[in-house]
Design a protein around this ligand. Structure first.
Ligand SMILES: [Zn+2]
Length: 343
């Protein structure tokens, strides 16, 4: 349009002339495909949330809640609108890993539990955090399903007219001249093909279902009711989760890592510290366990927590929940006492 026509339209409609790219509903709108630089604002948003005063002071379990409810949701929102480059998803994941274990967005030291385990459901011994890479694949799977089903969508018609033409989507391979986004959709199409073909004509593709197909359920861990017990205080639950995975930083682990040279239990000063000694064999924890057992009128066995759980399975549902809560509190406070003695 010539300048005079544009000015006339502005005057008649009262609308103002804008430029691209611009931000709408928190995301960048651009006529070109999204570059890594365009996605930097998403990474910056995640980092800003982490650097907030409230976020820095959160406990481990509080950080898990922030990752699940806020940081993961930010990624989810963008992934539903754009096809995010893998490097951007990796950056967000790396920031979240650093935040969970160190409370900061840039530390690179090793994690206590691998991220893949953190991203499994609580029943399977994880923390139920969404796997960013797998969710990204599942959202791209939605486009593959649209094209495969020839959804009534302008973009789908354009894809069939320009790319696939008369060939079936399943036989089609993108040529060198195709866009990055279309090649990415075709890659995911090959991965998710068995699932898409298994859907009946009445069924619709759901991103959550696609996610579960990419990340199928593993077996339950025997201590999963402990992780689902809402009566247990979350920060105590997190310590129990580390104990169950044998990842608590006791002195025997620090020696293996070369951080310290000698190992003596801080609580009794008699034996070497490891998980079994600290929570089950140490005179301090044995005495604490007896006092707590007398108080709640339950004979807490002296064996490790697996044995404890077997004993608990024989109790009634409500009693089991209360006892699990008491045991979690006991283990948490033994760990806190040990940390205070160390200082
Ligand atoms: Zn001891």
């Amino acid at each position: 349009m010539d300048e005079q026509a544009i000015r006339d339209v502005e005057q008649i409609t009262g609308m103002k002339r804008g430029t691209v790219p611009f931000t709408y509903l928190g995301v960048t709108v651009s006529p070109k495909s999204l570059s890594i630089q365009d996605c930097q604002c998403l990474v910056d948003k995640v980092v800003t949330r982490i650097r907030g005063i409230g976020s820095r002071k959160l406990s481990y379990e509080g950080r898990v809640v922030l990752i699940k409810a806020v940081l993961s949701t930010l990624h989810c929102y963008w992934a539903r609108i754009f096809i995010l480059p893998k490097i951007v998803v990796s950056k967000i994941e790396s920031v979240c890993i650093s935040y969970l274990w160190h409370g900061s967005d840039h530390k690179k030291s090793p994690s206590l539990v691998v991220w893949d385990q953190v991203c499994t459901p609580r029943k399977q011994g994880g923390l139920g955090v969404r796997d960013f890479h797998v969710w990204n694949l599942a959202t791209i799977g939605k486009y593959a399903w649209w094209v495969a089903n020839k959804e009534d969508h302008l973009w789908v018609r354009w894809v069939h007219a320009v790319y696939t033409k008369i060939s079936s989507l399943w036989d089609y391979t993108p040529g060198f001249g195709c866009s990055w986004a279309w090649r990415k959709i075709c890659q995911v199409k090959q991965l998710i093909k068995p699932y898409l073909l298994s859907l009946s004509s009445e069924e619709h593709y759901a991103i959550k279902a696609g996610y579960q197909w990419f990340k199928p359920d593993g077996g339950k861990v025997h201590w999963y009711p402990w992780m689902l017990n809402e009566w247990i205080i979350p920060k105590q639950q997190f310590i129990c989760w580390l104990i169950a995975h044998k990842r608590l930083l006791t002195q025997d682990r620090l020696i293996r890592m070369g951080v310290i040279q000698s190992n003596t239990c801080f609580l009794c000063g008699l034996q070497e510290e490891n998980l079994d000694h600290l929570f089950f064999e140490c005179p301090f924890s044995s005495h604490s366990r007896k006092l707590v057992g007398d108080w709640c009128r339950f004979q807490i066995p002296q064996q490790n927590c697996i044995r404890w759980w077997i004993e608990l399975r024989q109790a009634a549902a409500c009693k089991k929940k209360v006892l699990a809560m008491v045991l979690a509190g006991l283990m948490y406070h033994v760990w806190q006492c040990r940390n205070r003695c160390r200082v």
